[in-house]
Design a protein. Structure first.
Lengths: 344, 143
């Protein structure tokens, strides 16, 4: 059963359309990332789900109950969604304990205490209940806000760029930690971010936004390896494009020679297009008589990032081989893989 | 019956007019002080509170009012200082026989009895100074 179901949602603000006919469903326990540049409407969708933003068309339902749409509007405070914010949004005048128990109702003193202890243990802040938010680090504050949202036992968790204020060194670890907590509690979550790296680490599904539309939705791997547009391909990583002609069902002719695809191309034979090549899909081989020349080299730790020129074609290549120098001649090899060709 | 008696000289015979005039004159200061502390409350606090099941009234009581307390106190202090120094409105609207520090000083000074007005004038300066020190300190803390 799907936890969250968004159908044909359109939203406008002062005559400007922000969301255009969005469809999205989320299974129980699944985490979806809404990914896109700033101002593309992803936060607006999050607010619409929380009931903080009105929608003009379509419907939003959680566990089969319509919250927005069809003449229904359930107030935010009755929706049972937890929300995590970029600036943590902890109440500065309340202790950590009071913050966590802020939304907890209908429990006696003992049950409240048990809930608090559980939550503090879950987010690894045991013993810090009497502190005030300003006495904690950014990461700890965000963990308190996670605990506060979970203590409320929401049916759905909404996270609005929760990691952008966290130091880069601890961000990755913290993402894994919070992801594990959500998975352990089987809480479905919608996660808004503009960083593809965060989305890859944190989410099960990606929904890529462009100006109020979802342009592609699916597993991160699917979007990365078979994007449906230049926009998706470029957003998810470095891209090289080659002008190619489809010469057979599984073969294209490119300025670098014939390239074989492991799957059939949907294009008609003889049609022209742009072949997408990720930087790691091109291999470098040392060859003094090679056609390609290294023109730029940058060491990135696990790989080296090279700029390579061959017959006026400029390529960006990531290679685990570190020993090529600027000016050196190399041979390019493109192994068989599932080719993605965008028609012109 | 008390309630049907004419109000009498409510406006000119009591401090009501004076208080009313001060309210109108200084409300901008109080609002300004409150507004600046409202601006410091992040809108995400409202959203957090609402999504945690609190009604707008509970939001006001358990989040906004505690966070605005300092701003309200500062606003009240500023209005107090201003009211204490305010002369023209007090001269025009005070009931007969009613003096505040400003009118008291004014009368002696206009009669050139400077030494009689001096003490009250110093009191104005000193009483005005205490809240300023407090405000300055709380401003420095919030930085």
């Amino acid at each position: 059963m799907s936890t969250l179901s968004i159908h044909n949602v359109t939203s406008d603000y002062q005559g400007q359309v922000i969301l255009k006919q969005l469809d999205l469903t989320l299974q129980q326990g699944e985490i979806v990332a809404l990914l896109g540049p700033s101002g593309c409407g992803k936060t607006t969708l999050l607010k619409a789900i929380a009931g903080l933003q009105a929608i003009s068309e379509g419907s939003i339902s959680i566990n089969g109950q319509v919250l927005s749409g069809d003449g229904v509007f359930v107030a935010s405070e009755q929706r049972g969604v937890g929300m995590i914010f970029q600036d943590y949004a902890l109440f500065p005048h309340l202790t950590v304990a009071d913050n966590i128990l802020f939304g907890v109702k209908g429990l006696n003193k003992l049950e409240r205490q048990t809930r608090l202890e559980d939550m503090l243990e879950l987010v690894k802040l045991t013993g810090l209940g009497e502190r005030y938010p300003h006495e904690l680090s950014g990461g700890q504050q965000q963990r308190v806000s996670i605990a506060r949202a979970l203590a409320y036992e929401p049916e759905l968790m909404l996270l609005d760029e929760p990691f952008s204020n966290i130091d880069a060194q601890v961000r990755h670890e913290m993402m894994l930690e919070i992801r594990a907590i959500l998975k352990q509690r089987n809480v479905s979550a919608v996660f808004v971010t503009h960083s593809k790296d965060e989305a890859f680490v944190f989410a099960d599904q990606l929904a890529l936004f462009e100006q109020g539309r979802i342009v592609q939705h699916g597993a991160a791997e699917t979007l990365y390896s078979t994007p449906n547009s230049h926009y998706v391909a470029d957003f998810l990583g470095i891209t090289n494009y080659l002008d190619v002609t489809v010469t057979a069902e599984q073969q294209v002719d490119s300025p670098l020679g014939i390239i074989i695809s492991t799957t059939a191309l949907p294009h008609t034979i003889g049609s022209k297009g742009k072949l997408l090549l990720r930087p790691q899909q091109i291999l470098l081989q040392a060859n003094d008589k090679g056609d390609a020349k290294i023109i730029e080299r940058r060491f990135l730790g696990s790989v080296c990032h090279y700029h390579v020129l061959q017959h006026e074609v400029f390529l960006e290549i990531n290679s685990p081989m570190m020993n090529f120098n600027i000016g050196q001649r190399v041979q390019l090899v493109i192994p068989e893989h599932q080719l993605v060709v965008f028609s012109e | 019956m008390v309630w049907c008696q004419p109000p009498g000289l409510l406006f000119t015979g009591s401090v009501f007019a004076l208080i009313f005039a001060f309210c109108v004159r200084f409300i901008a200061i109080a609002i300004g002080s409150l507004e600046s502390s409202y601006k410091r409350i992040s809108p995400s606090l409202d959203m957090a509170s609402i999504t945690l099941g609190q009604s707008p009234r509970q939001l006001l009581r358990s989040v906004h009012l505690p966070l605005l307390r300092k701003g309200m106190f500062a606003g009240a202090l500023l209005v107090f200082i201003e009211s204490m120094k305010e002369l023209p409105a007090a001269l025009l609207l005070r009931p007969i026989g009613f003096e505040n520090l400003a009118t008291y000083v004014f009368q002696f000074v206009s009669d050139e009895k400077l030494e009689h007005g001096a003490l009250a004038a110093i009191v104005i300066v000193l009483v005005g100074l205490v809240p300023l020190i407090y405000l300055n300190r709380s401003l420095e803390q919030s930085r």
